[in-house]
Ligand binder design. Structure first.
Ligand code: ARG
Length: 462
C-alpha cells in the first residue's frame, strides 16, 4: 500500500514490515480521543486564522461523521491502515476532499499520539476509580457485618491475637482508599496537554496551545515541546498504581482462598463466584480469586516492560514508544475486569462466625492479654511474658487452654492471679480492651467505619 508519508522514500514497504510496523490493531481503541483532539486542533487553527471558518466546519463535520460511523459500525477500521491517526485522516480526506489534507497543519503524529493516550487513560482511570469505589463499598458492608465476629488475627500465618472481622476488612478499605487517591494524584500530574508540541520543536504557525489545552479539559499545555512528545511518565505512574491495586487484590484473594478452605471455613463464597471440578464432585473452587491473584503477574510485567522500553531512549519520539499502548491497555483492562468481579464476590460472601470463634478459642491468642493482666497487677511485663509462656507450654502438654486452666494452678504460679482472670482473658474482653486508636476495639472500629463511609460519600460527590 502506498503510504501517506511517501515522498522521501517510495513509500512502498514490505507487507511483513507493514504488519510489524502497524499499531492499528490496538490504537483504534483511541478513535474517539483522536477525533476529539483533531476537532479541538482544527478549531484552534481557525481561531488563529490558519484555517478559514468554513474549512473548520467542513473538517469538524467530517470528523464527527467518522466518529458516528465508527461507533455505529457503519465504518470499519481498515487493518491495512498504519495507525488510528492515519486512518482517520485518510477517511476524512476521502470524504471531504482537499480540505482534509489541511487538518495536520501545525501538528505531528508525535504530539497527536501523546494527546490521544493521555485523553484515553484519563477516561479509563476515572472508570477504574469508580470500580474501586464499588469494591470499597462492598468491603465496608462486610466490615459492618463483621463488627462482633471474633477471629484470630495472624502473623506468620500463626494465630496471634483476637480481632474482629471488621478490623480485617477495614484494613483492605484503607488500601483501596490509598489506591483511589493514588490514581487521583497521577491524574492531576498527567493533566497537561502535549498537543502543539508537534514533531518535537514546536511550530512556525501562530498556534494557541492554551486554547486547545482548555478545550480538552487539561490544566495547561505541557511546558516543553520535547518533553511533551517524549514523556510517558503517566504510563509508568498509572501502571504502578494499577500494579499496586493488583497487589492488594491478590493479597485479599489469597485470604479468601485460605478462609474458604475446609481447614479455615471462615467464609463461604457465593456459588456465583466459584466453580466445580470435572472429576471431584465435592469441590467448590475459588477460581475468581485465584485468577485475580494470577493476573497480578501480568500487570507487574506490563509496568516492568514499559520501564525497560523507555530506559535507553534518547529524546524525543522513538518508535519504541508505540509499545507503551499494549502494555498499559492490558493493565487497564485487567484491573477493570478484576475489580468488576471482586466487588460482587466480596459483597455476597457469607461469614461463618462460629468457625472464626472456634479458631480464636483454641490458639492461645489471649496469651498477650494474660501477660497484660499480670502487668496491670504490678508484675513487670517481661516477667509476666515469661510466666505466660510457661503456662502455655504446660497447657499444650495437657490438652488445656488458658481459659480452662484451674485457678489453683494459676495461683500456684502467681498469687497475683485471681478469679477475675477468666473474665480478663475472655475473647470478648481481649477485643473490647484493645482501646488504642486504630486498634480492633469497638470505638476504633466504629471510627474507621465512619471514616470510610465519609470517604465514599465525598468521592461520589466529586
Ligand atoms: N503509532 C505511533 C505510536 O503509537 C504513532 C506515532 C508515530 N509517529 C512517528 N513519528 N512515526 O507511537
Amino acid at each position: 500500500m502506498k503510504k501517506m508519508w511517501a515522498g522521501r522514500t517510495s513509500g512502498q514497504t514490505d507487507r511483513i514490515a507493514d504488519d510489524f510496523n502497524a499499531s492499528i490493531g490496538f490504537d483504534s481503541a483511541m478513535y474517539r480521543e483522536d477525533i476529539r483532539g483533531s476537532i479541538a486542533h482544527a478549531a484552534m487553527l481557525a481561531k488563529q486564522g490558519i484555517l478559514t471558518e468554513e474549512e473548520y466546519e467542513c473538517l469538524a463535520a467530517g470528523l464527527r461523521g467518522i466518529e458516528e460511523d465508527l461507533t455505529s459500525g457503519r465504518l470499519a477500521i481498515d487493518p491495512q491502515a498504519e495507525d488510528i491517526h492515519m486512518f482517520v485522516e485518510s477517511v476524512l480526506t476521502d470524504r471531504v476532499g482537499e480540505t482534509g489534507k489541511k487538518l495536520h497543519t501545525a501538528r505531528s503524529r508525535n504530539d497527536q499520539v501523546a494527546l490521544d493516550l493521555r485523553l484515553y487513560l484519563r477516561e479509563q482511570t476515572a472508570t477504574v476509580q469508580a470500580e474501586l469505589l464499588a469494591l470499597l463499598s462492598a468491603t465496608l458492608e462486610q466490615a459492618r457485618a463483621g463488627q462482633d465476629a471474633i477471629l484470630p488475627g495472624y502473623t506468620h500465618l500463626q494465630r496471634a491475637q483476637p480481632i474482629v472481622f471488621a478490623q480485617q476488612m477495614l484494613a483492605y478499605c484503607m488500601m483501596f482508599e490509598r489506591d483511589y487517591t493514588r490514581l487521583g494524584d497521577a491524574l492531576a500530574r498527567m493533566n497537561y496537554c502535549p498537543l502543539g508540541s508537534c514533531a518535537l520543536a514546536g511550530t512556525t504557525y501562530p498556534t494557541d496551545r492554551a486554547m486547545t489545552a482548555k478545550a480538552l479539559g487539561f490544566t495547561a499545555p505541557c511546558e516543553n515541546s520535547i518533553d511533551g512528545v517524549s514523556d510517558r511518565d503517566y504510563c509508568i505512574e498509572l501502571g504502578s498504581a494499577f500494579a499496586t491495586i493488583m497487589m492488594h487484590l491478590s493479597r485479599f484473594s489469597e485470604e479468601l482462598i485460605l478462609w474458604s478452605s475446609w481447614e479455615f471455613g471462615f467464609v463461604e463464597l457465593d456459588d456465583a463466584y466459584t466453580t466445580g471440578s470435572s472429576i471431584m464432585p465435592q469441590k467448590k473452587n475459588p477460581d475468581m480469586a485465584e485468577l485475580v491473584r494470577g493476573k497480578t503477574g501480568r500487570v507487574y510485567g506490563n509496568l516492568m516492560g514499559t520501564l525497560t522500553m523507555l530506559k535507553g531512549l534518547p529524546l524525543a519520539y522513538n518508535k519504541d514508544m508505540q509499545e507503551d499502548k499494549e502494555a498499559i491497555f492490558d493493565s487497564v483492562e485487567t484491573v477493570k475486569a478484576c475489580l468488576r468481579i471482586f466487588a460482587p464476590m466480596v459483597r455476597t460472601m457469607r461469614l461463618h462466625r462460629d468457625r472464626m470463634y472456634e479458631a480464636a478459642r483454641v490458639g492461645f491468642i489471649n496469651a498477650t492479654d494474660l501477660a497484660d493482666y499480670l502487668a496491670r497487677k504490678g508484675m513487670p511485663f517481661r516477667t509476666a511474658y515469661g510466666l505466660v509462656g510457661e503456662l502455655v507450654a504446660d497447657c499444650i502438654r495437657r490438652g488445656l487452654v488458658l481459659d480452662t486452666l484451674p485457678l489453683a494452678e494459676y495461683r500456684a504460679r502467681s498469687p497475683l492471679i485471681e478469679e477475675d482472670v477468666y473474665e480478663a482473658i475472655s475473647l470478648e474482653t481481649c477485643v473490647a480492651r484493645r482501646i488504642s486508636a486504630g486498634g480492633t476495639g469497638p470505638d476504633s472500629v466504629h471510627a474507621q467505619l465512619e471514616s470510610v463511609s465519609e470517604f465514599i460519600a465525598k468521592a461520589k460527590a466529586r
